[in-house]
Design a binder for this molecule. Structure first.
Ligand code: BG6
Length: 610
């Protein structure tokens, strides 16, 4: 997935500086390569190379590029290796049309061939270049830029968004066809970008877009059109109140540590949002459905796994969890008009999730309920209803506060559903809901403070652990998977998350003396988990435990730092708190290994590609 930002101003002459400032807000979308096309006196200066925005800016002087308009693109490679030639933006045949895209052009190979056969000079292996050639092609046929952009989308298949300009015109066009795009307008300047944080350095006057729409940016206004027939649409300008500082580190060394420390506030704010939310609609969708699936990717899937145990435990509801890309081949044929897909995606743009959303909507296969963080995202606009995660922007590529928010939402929703369907009596449901409202923020803070130092010390002892397991049971199944994913994502170690009772059926063979296995426990499951711990420790394995302090578990940890204890509380809060020491462990281990946890290699915050 990539990030694009285009700006048109009336009279700026240092557009490079502003493009880099806005582009920095998209770093989490891609750091394989970066490029800027800046236009001054109808001449396009195009500079691009592999590396992060800071590296390429230092090497090529992006910030010093002159002009009143231009486009910046940050790339996460899909089609074409991360090379200078494959970096974006791209030219068309001549140095007249310039543009960049985010997403995937599925008919890349055949369309590239078609363009070459009709005389186009295609320079790269990157699908984004074809967007510029497509406009070039139709401009040659129509002589009209608006029509050229509109018609270009007929040739391009897939899910994408692109921005394109012509050297001699003080305007930029943009197209939204399945990837995120948002615009902004202020006095004598307009901007379009993949994400809102990149708009905010210019303006808070925001225009949200929908798929199948295109934009024309001039120095004075942003006009929105329907691609299908070119009809101009009336899109209101909305004032965004997102905190621009949220995209800064606030004194922390990394966004990841900042966002872990924001979790007490996430808990505080979220319960207010949920209490003020549309529980009737959300619960109704679940109660009316004959079958409910929960579909997500990455950390969102792990949160959903925690959710399925809460739904069972508190509401007696079978919710089938499925990984985004797995859902259609695994359950697609079982959908019908009274099934419900709970689609969990903090970005609201993950292509694996949008594929399911589109399948359901295009075939009337029941309803969808989004659980989404980014306001203005495709999932937010197109689900039948959505539950806001209320976390503010999460900049660090590895998810922390957004995962935390999702697990709280599922705990809350399960308790509400249990109260409504009688699985929980009123007093029990209200007791738990009040624990979420009144105790969880404080307990989250205490857990961060108490386990931070332990995790930091434990990390030092795992520097050479290239291979380990993280096991959960019942309510902590998803928590252990999330802890394992964090270690994989930002420490580049192989850490497998799995169910602890399953470990003896094969994986146990990996255990030799001192082999590390992390067990994530709750006070009500430790009687069972102690068997699994024993199976490892009696073979010399190193057992590391995460959970409340329990006397019966103490004999199984060889060193004090091998027991990351969370505050004593109701067992139903254990799964929410147990993830925190694992987040901190992976963070400190990553930093000790000299890795930047915010931008782990090969990864991206949101994957808008298949
Ligand atoms: C991955 C991210 O690309 O997508 C993960 O690196 C994330 O951090 C996963 O959990 C799912 O993203 P989303 O936006 O659908 O929740």
């Amino acid at each position: 997935m990539c990030g694009i930002t285009g700006i048109v101003s009336l009279d700026l002459d240092n557009i490079g500086d502003l493009l880099v400032t806005c582009g920095r807000k998209l770093t989490y979308r891609g750091y394989d390569s970066v490029g800027v096309a800046a236009v001054q006196n109808n001449v396009v200066d195009l500079r691009k190379d592999v590396g992060t925005i800071e590296e390429v800016n230092k090497r090529l002087g992006l910030s010093s590029m002159r002009g009143d308009r231009g486009i910046i693109q940050l790339r996460w490679a899909t089609y074409g290796a991360p090379t200078r030639t494959n970096a974006q933006p791209h030219f068309g045949c001549q140095e007249v049309f310039y543009g960049a895209h985010n997403g995937n052009i599925h008919n890349y190979y055949e369309y590239k061939q078609e363009l070459i056969e009709t005389g186009h000079i295609v320079r790269s292996e990157n699908d984004g270049e074809l967007c510029v050639h497509a406009v070039d092609k139709y401009y040659e046929q129509t002589g009209d830029m608006f029509e050229a952009v509109r018609l270009s989308t007929r040739d391009l298949k897939g899910a994408f968004a692109f921005a394109v300009g012509r050297a001699d015109a003080q305007e930029i066009y943009a197209v939204k066809m399945g990837s995120s795009l948002v615009a902004g307008v202020d006095k004598n300047i307009t901007i379009v970008s993949s994400d809102l944080p990149s708009i905010l350095p210019v303006t808070r006057n925001v225009i949200y877009l929908r798929d199948g729409e295109m934009l024309r940016l001039t120095p004075h206004d942003v006009k929105v059109f329907r691609i299908e027939d070119g009809k101009e649409l009336d899109r209101p300008v909305e004032l965004s109140n997102i905190d621009i500082n949220a995209a800064e580190k606030g004194g922390f060394p990394h966004f990841m540590l900042k966002e872990i420390n924001e979790q007490p506030k996430v808990a505080q704010d979220l319960l207010g949002i949920l209490d003020g939310g549309n529980i009737e609609k959300w619960a109704g969708l679940i109660e009316e459905a004959s079958r409910v699936y929960l579909v997500a990717c990455g950390s969102s899937y792990n949160a959903g796994m925690v959710g399925t145990y809460y739904f069972n435990r508190l509401a007696g509801l079978p919710i089938l969890p499925a990984i985004g890309g797995q859902f259609i081949p695994m359950y697609g044929a079982t959908l019908d008009d009274d099934s419900l897909c709970i689609l969990v995606s903090q970005s609201g743009e993950t292509k694996d999730i949008l594929n399911v959303l589109n399948l359901v909507r295009e075939n009337n296969l029941g309803k969808t309920l989004g659980v989404v963080n980014v306001i203005g995202s495709t999932l937010m606009f197109n689900a039948d209803s959505y539950i806001p995660m209320g976390c503010g922007y999460e900049v660090s590529v590895p998810a922390t506060k957004t995962y935390f928010s999702q697990t709280i939402i599922f705990a809350y929703l399960s308790a509400m559903l249990g109260k409504r369907n009688g699985t929980l009596d009123e007093s029990e449901a209200n007791r738990f809901l009040n624990l979420l409202r009144n105790d969880l923020p404080r307990l989250t803070r205490e857990t961060i403070d108490h386990t931070g130092i332990l995790a930091k010390m434990l990390a030092k002892t795992l520097m050479d652990a290239n291979d380990l397991y993280c096991l959960g049971y019942g309510l902590t199944d998803g928590v252990a998977r999330e802890g394992a994913l964090k270690i994989k994502e930002i420490c580049y170690n192989h850490c497998e998350g799995m169910y602890s009772s399953e470990f003896k059926h094969g994986p146990l063979s990996i255990v030799t003396n001192d082999y590390p296995v992390i067990f994530v426990t709750t006070t009500e499951d430790s009687w069972m988990v102690i068997n699994h711990i024993n199976e490892v420790s009696c073979r010399g394995g190193r057992t590391i435990i995460v959970g409340e302090q329990e006397e019966k578990l103490e004999p199984y940890v060889k060193k004090e730092i091998d027991y990351l204890t969370v505050p004593k509380t109701d067992v139903l809060l254990n799964p929410l708190l147990d993830v925190i020491p694992l987040q901190l462990l992976s963070y400190y281990l990553s930093v000790d290994l000299g890795i930047n946890p915010d931008q782990p290699r090969n990864l991206s915050k949101t994957l808008t590609v298949d």
